[in-house]
Design a protein around this ligand. Structure first.
Ligand code: UGA
Length: 465
């Protein structure tokens, strides 16, 4: 996203934003909101840097000293296309600090972007959110400040945080929910050109101030209650995950009945009621969000006495989908003991180095358990402690050399665009499994591969593009 054009508010928009801020009654006159961000992780950094690119002064606070030091040196600790460039372009508006006090002094609207990892039960762990509330009490936030929850938190968290703030005498500190809808790899575009901005507030004036920040983007702004805003986030992710598990099951049935899921999803997606997004069959969804959020929503429903049956299946289908490649490999190779299997791509999706819940982890573990020799290559991921036992290669060519089978696990464009004829020549056996339906079955078959995708007719020609 390095070619992204940052959106600068026009003078009129800036004045309008200032007026809205002043109208909130929380300030002492027209002024431009200054932004604070608690947590310089993925969401916090993208939020802070994008808001700086829109012209706001942004102070990011993190408790990790090495991260703050790196950011002060201009080093971005995550891989996200375009982020380093945008950060250095707007460095004059970005400050990084370890001190919450300093951040509060320098900001009016304070985004909370700490992580909410899953607990063993599947609930979201809110301990980091709650320790922020503890700290705010000690440091003394005041009526200038509106806290804005960006972290994905279970419905009801806002009301809980509000009650905690009030119990600590922080009644004047505002609170809003403003969920993020950022896709890794496209986060800057998603922030600066959102389909919608959702703002839940307890008091309208506080929501107005948050809305004023986003006004220059010209996106639809949904104003609602805090619980509804929290639910929009979970429902959106759960629905997208459901679409993926649905098309994956359709793919599995296609394999049984001789249909091609690529044609089927194309035909379905042209129906505007369905839409074509998130209908790509493959070896399951991963990442830091879908698995965690689907489980958290299921758990949230369960805690309220409602059994969310559909989501139970979405999760189960996804787990089984990751393992289906093993069956395909066995079909062509017999037992996997001693077979050299090359995994091409490891990250949970292209354009990220994120390995959280990546399908490659399950696949590698299953293959190793079957006694296979597993070698892997990813354009960005060089090593992960969760890949113990997997031999990392310096190139795709090195990984496939002498392999009995190769699996395209992540559809990086550099992998999809490999010289597959040359790859075929390097392999011992020609078995190729396309876990992302990114390769042309007819072409791969012509090159001499024993080829299988997910839910595809092996050498089907004439697939709609
Ligand atoms: C997801 C959502 O798309 C964002 O809107 C949301 O803000 C984010 O979670 C979050 O909650 O923070 P992300 O996890 O970055 O974003 O990744 P996606 O691009 O949504 O992909 C998720 C997984 O689904 C990947 O493993 C991908 O390969 C898989 N996928 C996606 C499919 O298998 N088929 C598809 O058609 C689409």
């Amino acid at each position: 996203m390095s070619d992204e054009t940052p959106i600068e508010p026009t003078d009129d928009e800036a004045v309008a934003a200032e007026e809205t801020a002043a109208a909130s009654g929380n300030g002492s006159g027209p002024r431009r909101e200054r932004v604070g961000v608690i947590g310089a992780g993925y969401v916090g950094l993208v939020t802070g840097v994008c808001l700086a690119s829109m012209g706001y002064q942004v102070t990011l606070r993190d408790i990790d000293a090495s991260k703050v030091a790196a950011l002060n040196d201009g080093i971005v600790p995550i891989y996200e296309p375009g982020l380093t460039e945008l950060m250095s372009e707007h460095s004059d508006r970005l400050t990084y600090t370890l001190s919450l006090e300093r951040m509060l002094e320098r900001s009016d609207i304070v985004f909370i972007a700490v992580d909410t990892p899953p607990t063993y039960s599947g609930d979201a762990d809110l301990s980091r959110v709650m320790s922020v509330v503890d700290e705010l009490e000690k440091v003394g936030a005041d009526s200038r400040h509106v806290l804005v929850m960006k972290s994905t938190v279970p419905v009801g968290t806002g009301e809980r945080v509000r009650a905690e703030l009030d119990a600590r005498g922080l009644n004047d500190v505002g609170y809003c929910s403003n969920p993020e809808f950022l896709k890794e790899g496209a986060a800057i575009a998603d922030f600066l050109h959102p389909d919608r901005v959702v703002i839940g507030s307890f008091e309208e004036g506080q929501g107005d101030r948050v809305a004023s920040l986003y006004a220059p983007l010209g996106a639809p702004i949904i104003r609602t209650s805090v619980p509804s805003a929290e639910m929009v986030k979970y429902a959106s992710n759960a629905f997208l995950a459901t679409k993926i598990s649905f098309i994956n099951e359709i793919a599995n049935v296609c394999e049984e009945v001789g249909a091609d899921v690529e044609v089927v999803s194309h035909g379905m997606g042209l129906d505007s009621r369905i839409g074509k997004s998130f209908l790509r069959a493959g070896i399951g969804f991963g990442g830091s969000c879908f698995p965690k959020d689907v489980s958290a929503l299921k758990q949230l429903a369960g805690n309220s006495g409602y059994h969310f049956q559909l989501l139970t299946s979405v999760i189960e289908v996804n787990e089984l989908q990751k393992r289906r490649v093993i069956g395909k490999l066995k079909k062509h190779l017999g037992g996997l003991e001693g077979k050299r299997i090359a995994l091409l791509g490891l990250a949970f999706k292209p354009e990220t180095d994120d390995m959280r819940e990546a399908s490659s982890l399950v696949l590698a573990a299953r293959l190793l358990a079957e006694g296979a020799e597993v070698v892997a290559y990813d354009p960005i991921v060089e090593v992960s402690e969760r890949l113990n036992g997997v031999g990392m290669s310096g190139s795709a060519e090195e990984a496939v050399t002498g392999a009995d089978a190769a699996v395209l696990v992540t559809e990086w464009s550099s992998l999809v665009g490999l010289d597959w004829g040359a790859v075929r020549g390097l392999m011992r056996e020609p078995v190729l499994i396309d876990g992302r339906n990114a390769l042309d079955p007819a072409e791969m078959t012509r090159l001499g591969f024993v080829f299988e995708g997910i839910g595809r007719i092996p050498a089907h020609v004439g697939v709609a593009s």
